[in-house]
Design a protein around this ligand. Structure first.
Ligand SMILES: Nc1nc2c(c(=O)[nH]1)N[C@H]1C(S)=C(S)[C@@H](COP(=O)(O)OP(=O)(O)OC[C@H]3O[C@@H](n4cnc5c(=O)[nH]c(N)nc54)[C@H](O)[C@@H]3O)O[C@H]1N2
Ligand SMILES: Nc1nc2c(c(=O)[nH]1)N[C@H]1C(S)=C(S)[C@@H](COP(=O)(O)OP(=O)(O)OC[C@H]3O[C@@H](n4cnc5c(=O)[nH]c(N)nc54)[C@H](O)[C@@H]3O)O[C@H]1N2
Ligand code: SF4
Ligand SMILES: [Mo]
Length: 883
């Protein structure tokens, strides 16, 4: 009998409910949980492909010390000894944890307790520093607490949804679908997108404001003055529940200044201000275009100021809404995982809070001052001040700014522990002790999504090899460091119960985070726990879903603060580095690709690192569409494919953050990003980097498919991705090989006795080679002097196909599909593997709408993440036809 388990998606902060089914044959399938209030059954492309990313390929299955397999006891004892020795010799500030918003709340709670309560220092920071810390700082400045006041439902109830620095369509796809569906039902719902580039999200926007990079403060400070001048201020709310209005107004900017700084057309700016002023029900969502900035905290407060001034907060359909990125970014904030926070939303600065947590944990010590924030933490590692470092569930060698320096720091650190699920990540390869963690489907605990909803992640797979949960690893080290009683956990339910009890401990309504209703939870109730929103104090059954409609802020006087914000100059470019590099995400990859990179389906959407640039810029610097472009900052260099598009503003480039040294020769984009941070939050400014860009000229370009994964790729440029039945590669070479067949044999580990079918065109320099083992294609290689124009998806499909007759085999070296096998083109719909050529053909055949395409090809009918792209293709075809 197939067994079904209700769990939660491990990717983005939407926090969708998933039902995982393990069949009699052990095969896993996933579908959306129709009862989960985050997604009501929907999943996006990444969620739908979860089953393809849980194989054991590349997993670390046993602890390792210096690359040698060890027992758990040996590894844990060594970790405890090294940490204890460093503390004894150099003090508690000489050790550090760098953890992650992808830990479960239970893992996170134990890590924070061990560091702040027992090591007695606060050197625990997390990748949330790179992600949410400006929102946290902005919330705390305005509200006195890190509170997200609203719920997802508010996006559906609003008359105006403003998306600032959020590519919702790709990064929070199910929430985007909920918004798109609400807008389709009620076209009066307006959407404004604020983003320097025209993203897929802008597809449903009534207004897209392509502001200059980092000018959001000016935009919202200008809106603030406009609200005042338009008499849109809620005087009662401001008088009763806020302070600092006059100072904020004095600092607010005029319309002409907002216009000049943002670079927007006056009509657009006026239209945005009008919409915001006239719509009572406004939700402003913000994400990394706001947070990841040297003015990130000010951007957040500039937004909050507008909502406080109009009293549009905490009521249905209105409020500011910080979208959390990771599945448990919010849970991490609840346990106080940041170096400047304490557990259960208590303040590290407050002696009273410190004493309260100390008493609750029954420990003689507690961190007395904030620890090092991520960028400073790795700086301290580089300077030799950190003697022992534990990295858990994050890949800083890829994701930290100045990634090259971070890698060097980790390499030089005397003792590095890495807990990961994979053996070979850019970070794990530098570990002295590598600990195998349980991954999604194996681990057990809770996560909190963007709307404060706590859901269970449940295990439905056995632990692979000797892998153990992250909380267990931490607790075992805690015990071995001499804190046996405080870390005597047997199961996650006990940790959750303690976390819930701490949230309620001496909390008489003075702290927003209170889940005291679950303080005594036992294993059975924990196993059965359904999704719920906090707060949920003891004795109050009904959860409140919103904060602050009637004030009740968490500053001592109960009032919110307006923050006077002043726009700062944001242009970092100069003659040597004339472009602004913006970095972010693509639809089908997750961060450093350690999981999504395993799925052929997800890798088919965009299989190569790239940079978007405007056609005029491309022309000026001599980069051809689909050519290679070299991007350089004072810190590093990357080589990626040029994606020439007018979605990108002039003078700026956009490159994804995902590619790492496992998947490309030189595309670790954070190697270029300087460690410049927001002065309040310490969050890096990952979206505004001055760079130079120039064509990367190669003598030869190639595309290859292979059943076996190459050990190494000897090429000036390479990018490799999973493909159905094997691997696909984009390559470029500085010089010609003497013997390309020999190059292929070495690279693809082909038997010497297999002769390739070949084709070479002396005139054009084109070479095509196909290696067959009987009817099976082992590898194919297409080389040209220009970027290769072979039909990629067709060539990949040949890997899995049977080739009984010779003619069919020859069609491969002809480099184009036979008439019987049309080329589907680049994948648009990942769920059904539908390519662009198929969609174009269907449009030509009369399907003139997204629904019609869905009916004909299924494309866009499962997760819906590609519907924007499909609409774009239809419009493109119809426009061309009309010319
Ligand atoms: N597919 C996918 N989804 C994800 C993730 C993933 O890796 N892949 N990661 C998750 C995580 S951890 C996070 S934090 C979220 C991030 O989700 P988002 O914040 O939506 O994603 P990003 O692509 O980082 O950045 C959003 C947009 O900010 C814009 N931007 C850049 N500079 C500015 C500016 O100065 N002002 C404004 N207004 N906008 C600007 C960028 O052009 C970009 O389109 O996504 C989550 N979801
Ligand atoms: N330039 C630039 N840089 C950025 C960003 C950007 O927009 N631009 N965004 C930033 C943001 S918002 C974020 S959130 C970060 C994300 O950056 P990272 O956190 O570094 O990215 P991930 O790839 O998610 O890393 C998670 C690691 O944990 C491992 N892992 C998975 N599951 C488990 C588990 O259960 N236990 C353990 N122990 N390990 C596990 C994975 O294999 C992987 O190695 O990147 C930041 N860096
Ligand atoms: S939107 Fe997609 S990635 Fe995010 S939680 Fe839902 S299924 Fe997972
Ligand atoms: Mo993030």
């Amino acid at each position: 009998m197939p067994v079904e388990t209700k769990t939660t998606c491990p990717y983005c902060g939407v926090g969708c409910g998933v039902i995982a089914t393990v069949g009699d044959d052990g095969a896993v399938t996933v579908r959306g949980d129709p009862d989960h209030p985050s997604n009501y059954g929907r999943l996006c492309s990444k969620g739908s492909a979860l089953a393809e990313t849980i194989d054991l390929d590349g997993r670390i299955l046993h602890p390792e010390i210096a690359g040698r397999q060890s027992t758990w006891d040996e590894a844990l004892t060594l970790v405890a000894e090294k940490f204890s020795a460093a503390i004894a010799e150099h003090g508690p500030d000489s050790v550090a944890f760098y953890v992650s918003g992808q830990l479960l709340t239970e893992d996170y709670y134990v890590a924070n307790k061990l560091m702040k309560g027992f090591v007695g220092a606060a050197n625990i920071d997390t990748n949330s520093r790179l992600c949410m810390s400006s929102s946290v700082a902005g919330h705390r400045r305005a509200f006195g607490s890190d509170t997200v006041p609203g719920s997802y439902e508010d996006l559906e109830l609003a008359d105006l949804v403003v998306l600032a620095g959020s590519n919702l369509a790709w990064c929070h796809p199910v929430l985007y679908q909920r918004l798109a569906a609400a807008k389709a039902r009620r076209p009066g719902l307006k959407v404004v997108v604020i983003d320097p580039r025209r993203t897929m999200t802008a597809d449903i926007a009534d207004l897209h404001l392509a502001i200059r990079p980092d000018t959001d403060v000016a935009l919202f400070a200008g809106l603030f003055s406009h609200l005042v001048r338009s008499d849109a201020v809620d005087q009662n709310f401001v008088a009763a529940h806020t302070t600092g209005f006059a100072e904020a107004f004095a600092a607010a900017v005029s319309f002409p200044e907002a216009l000049e700084r943002t670079g927007l057309p006056a009509m657009q700016l006026r239209e945005f201000y009008r919409l915001f002023t006239q719509s009572e029900k406004v939700v402003t969502c913000y994400s990394q275009g706001v947070n990841q900035s040297s003015s990130g905290t000010d951007k957040v407060n500039a937004i909050l100021n507008c909502h406080l001034a109009t009293g549009r907060i905490g009521r249905p359909g209105m409020g500011p809404f910080s979208l959390t990125g990771q599945p448990n970014a919010m849970g991490g904030r609840e346990v106080g995982g940041l170096a400047n926070m304490l557990a259960a939303h208590m303040a590290l600065e407050s002696a009273e809070d410190r004493d309260r947590v100390r008493r609750f944990w029954q420990t003689p010590t507690i961190a007395g001052r904030p620890g090092l924030k991520a960028v400073d933490l790795f700086q301290a590692v580089a300077e030799g001040r950190i003697k022992a470092l534990w990295i858990m569930a994050t890949n800083p060698v890829v994701s930290m700014p100045d990634a090259g320096a971070v890698e060097a720091a980790i390499r030089a650190c005397p003792f590095v522990v890495v807990s990961d699920i994979l053996k070979e990540t850019d970070t794990a390869r530098h570990a002295h002790v590598l600990l195998p963690s349980l991954g999604w489907g194996e681990k057990n605990g809770t996560v909190t999504n963007s709307e404060r909803r706590i859901s269970r992640q449940r295990d439905f797979l056995p632990a692979p090899g000797a892998a153990r949960a992250d909380w267990w690893q931490l607790a075992e080290v805690g015990r071995r460091m001499g804190f046996a009683r405080a870390f005597a956990y047997e199961r996650p339910a006990e940790i959750f119960a303690e976390h819930a009890a701490l949230s309620a401990f001496e909390n008489h309504g003075g702290r927003d985070f209170d889940i005291g209703a679950h303080a005594g939870i036992g294993s059975a109730a924990y196993d059965a726990l359904g999704p719920f929103q906090w707060p949920q104090p003891a004795g109050r059954a009904e959860a409140e879903t919103r904060f602050f409609a009637e004030g009740g802020f968490y500053h001592a006087d109960g009032k919110a603060r307006f923050v006077a914000v002043t726009p700062a100059d944001a242009d970092r470019t100069n003659a040597a580095y004339p472009f602004t590099l913006n970095t972010g995400r693509i639809r089908d990859q997750w961060h450093t690709m350690t999981r999504t990179g395993k799925s052929a389906r997800l890798s088919a959407h965009i299989a190569e690192p790239f940079a978007e640039l405007h056609p005029r810029d491309a022309l000026e610097i001599g980069v051809a569409p689909a050519g290679l472009v070299e991007i350089e900052s004072p810190l590093g260099r990357a080589v990626v494919r040029a994606l020439v598009t007018d979605r990108q503003a002039r003078g700026s480039l956009f490159a994804p953050m995902h590619w790492n040294d496992q998947y490309a020769a030189k595309a670790r984009i954070d190697a270029l990003v300087p460690p410049l941070t927001d002065r309040v939050s310490g969050q890096p400014a990952s979206k505004n980097v001055a760079v130079a860009a120039r064509p990367f000229k190669a003598a030869h370009y190639a595309f290859a498919v292979s059943q076996a994964k190459p050990e190494a790729l000897d090429a000036a440029y390479w990018a490799i991705a999973r493909a159905e039945g094997g691997w696909r590669m984009e390559l470029a070479f500085d010089t010609a090989a003497d013997d390309w067949a020999g190059w292929c044999r070495r690279t693809f580990a082909l038997p010497e006795d297999i002769e390739p079918l070949g084709y070479a065109d002396r005139q054009t320099g084109e070479i095509r080679l196909a290696f067959f083992d009987g009817p099976r294609l082992l590898a194919a290689f297409f080389l040209a002097k220009e970027p290769v124009a072979v039909a990629r998806n067709w060539a990949i499909a040949e890997l899995a196909a049977e080739h009984p007759d010779l003619r069919r085999r020859f069609s491969l070296v002809a480099g184009r599909p036979g008439a019987d096998k049309p080329d589907p083109g680049a994948t648009v719909c990942a769920c059904f593997g539908v390519g662009i050529n198929q969609i174009v053909a269907a449009v030509r055949g009369g399907c003139h709408g997204v629904e019609a395409i869905g009916a004909a090809l299924n494309a866009g009918t499962n997760c819906g993440s590609c519907r924007g792209e499909i609409r774009g293709i239809i419009e493109g075809c119809l426009a061309t036809a009309a010319e």
